[in-house]
Design a protein around this ligand. Structure first.
Ligand code: 9UX
Length: 70
């Protein structure tokens, strides 16, 4: 099922942070698009078949902290 979910990520402070997080989330199977808002930490992920756990793991892999929904 297609889904769009919003996650909150703390610790991103520059465009390179955004690139790192986007790169890792982009590796998750089923992700077809994302938008990272540097100012708010809101990370919107769209696609099908991905899990919250996979997204959180990708955020941690990139070196940032997944938090609750913004
Ligand atoms: Mo920019 Mo982000 O120099 O951790 S990469 S602050």
């Amino acid at each position: 099922d297609d889904a769009t979910r919003v996650y909150s990520v703390s610790g991103m402070t520059c465009g390179h942070c955004v690139s790192s997080v986007s790169g890792e989330i982009g590796k998750v199977a089923g992700v077809t698009g994302m938008a990272v808002d540097l100012a708010t930490g809101a990370v919107t992920v769209s696609g099908a078949g991905f899990s919250d756990e996979e997204i959180r793991a990708a955020v941690e892999e990139a070196g940032y902290e997944p938090a609750g929904t913004p």
